[in-house]
Design a protein around this ligand. Structure first.
Ligand code: PM9
Length: 462
């Protein structure tokens, strides 16, 4: 099928066969719900939400082909045919040799961290991610940020804000020594930078540098297809390449990946660890029987593995990824035109509001992004997610990490909402912006030990 010219209007490459009703909760219901939820959008019930932009994780609408594939799932405990189909899909589309299925991304992070990290190790990465860093720390490692400085500036228009600062990476290697670095952790795209991509040229350069010191590179591939789309659109020499070939080339510069299949691979649950080194595979496959299930199902049902194998292939369709990212660009451009401060360039899986610029009267220690997410819900029933100081948690000394980026993420599920939903969201953000001075600071009244953003509770100050 010929691809329409990039200058023409796009439309979703599907039509809708099944719908799920949604309801707008009343103002009174929303006030009660957010109070009950301790001003944390993670603690709302989904029935209390109108448009759910909490996350793009596991919220995908599956295709008729995926649902059909589920019917032929093989539920054998051991050696399921569906596992071998998934393994073949990973080998074909990403190019890795060995696959350990897991229940989701953090299952793979756990296996990887336990297999590769020793106490005292340093793990350089292009910005932290919550679950990834926690597993590195639980294994005794310390995360070190090696992303380019532009990534921490919401206004920088650098086309590849996910890039690794190569000089910084080399100085970390020289400071600690290659033996202390089990691998470089490379995310594509970078979630907490605002869904920002890494360039192919940069991944290649990371490979060359790590080869020099004998260090492995492990990719967080959850949003690699969105990253490949930005490479195709922005990187010189890549315009006529297929998304599939860019994805495969990116993977080829790495030694393995962790995958949360709940993102780009278009399923509601699942993940895997894929590696090229047989010894690492053997150790991880052995740990899988403790933490996940057998090494040929890893916490997934046979039908889940079928849906995933089909989803991997569908995620690489050019018309799918163009419409997927196109929907986010549509919402982002509307907000930019209305003068709303957002992270630019617009990211691959969501639009990120710059809460510092939105609410300059709320100091970071009083949780501006958390307050903004609650205010947006109160206005319209749109659910978003805090990605700032609450998500960043505490350092080893117990002090709050204070990230430069204090963001609210409007995350777009794949193939779920229409452009009209995006219009409703944009209108609500503008209304909240018009009365931003009235939004109050928050105080944290309950703080869980791990990944506090999921379950923390707050109350308004003053
Ligand atoms: N990301 C997200 O909403 C799920 C909830 S927040 C922890 O963005 C990356 C880049 C992710 C990610 C999850 C995981 C963990 C790893 N890497 O949620 O365990 O964005 O499947 O994946 C979420 P799982």
């Amino acid at each position: 099928m010929s691809t329409p010219s990039q200058s023409r209007t796009w439309a979703e490459p599907f039509k809708i066969k099944v719908i799920e009703h949604v309801r707008i909760p009343s103002q009174q219901e929303r006030e009660a719900a957010i109070r009950e939820a301790g001003y944390n959008t993670f603690l709302l019930r989904s029935d209390e939400v109108y448009i759910d932009l909490l996350t793009d994780s596991g919220t995908t609408a599956m295709s008729d082909r995926q649902w059909a594939a589920m019917m032929i799932g093989d539920e054998a405990y051991a050696g399921s045919r569906s596992f071998y189909r998934l393994e073949a899909a990973v080998q074909e589309w990403y190019g890795y040799k060995y696959v350990v299925p897991t229940h989701q991304g953090r299952g793979a992070e756990n296996l990887l961290s336990k297999t590769m990290i020793k106490p005292g190790d340093i793990v350089p990465g292009n910005m932290y991610f919550t679950t990834t860093r926690l597993h590195q720390e639980l294994a005794g490692g310390t995360f070190t940020d090696i992303i380019i400085p532009e990534a921490h500036d919401p206004a920088s228009l650098h086309p590849f804000k996910g890039n690794v600062d190569l000089a910084k990476l080399e100085s970390v290697i020289l400071e600690f020594g290659p033996d202390k670095i089990p691998y470089v952790s490379l995310a594509a795209t970078v979630n907490l930078a605002g869904g920002q991509p890494i360039s192919l040229e940069n991944v290649r350069a990371v490979r060359e540098l790590t080869n020099k010191y004998g260090i492995k590179v492990i990719l967080d591939a959850a949003r690699i297809v969105e990253n490949a789309y930005f490479i195709q659109q922005r990187e010189p020499g890549c315009q006529s390449r297929t998304i599939a070939s860019i994805v495969k080339e990116m993977c080829s510069y790495t030694d393995g990946c962790t995958m949360s299949a709940k993102k780009d691979p278009l399923v509601n649950i699942g993940g895997f660890l894929a590696v090229n080194d047989h010894a690492i595979y053997e150790e991880a496959a052995n740990l899988a029987v403790i933490y996940e299930g057998l090494h040929t199902y890893g916490g997934m049902a046979g039908r889940d593995m079928e849906a995933l194998a089909t989803g991997i292939e569908e995620s690489l369709h050019e018309d799918h990824i163009r419409a997927r990212v196109g929907q986010i660009l549509y919402l982002g451009k509307k907000l930019i035109d209305a003068g709303i401060p957002i992270v630019q360039p617009i990211g691959g899986h969501g639009v990120f509001l710059d809460a510092r610029a939105f609410l300059p009267h709320i100091p970071q220690e009083q949780y501006p992004a958390q307050a903004l997410a609650a205010a947006l819900y109160l206005d319209s029933g749109v659910r978003s997610m805090e990605r700032g100081i609450v998500s960043a948690g505490r350092n080893k000394n117990g002090e709050e990490n204070k990230p430069k980026l204090e963001l609210v993420r409007l995350t777009i599920p794949r193939r779920v909402y229409t452009q009209a939903h995006m219009d409703v969201v944009a209108e609500s953000v503008q209304i909240v912006y018009s009365h931003r001075d009235t939004i109050r600071c928050l105080k944290m009244i309950h703080e869980p030990k791990y990944l506090r953003f999921f379950q923390a509770r707050f109350e308004p100050l003053g």
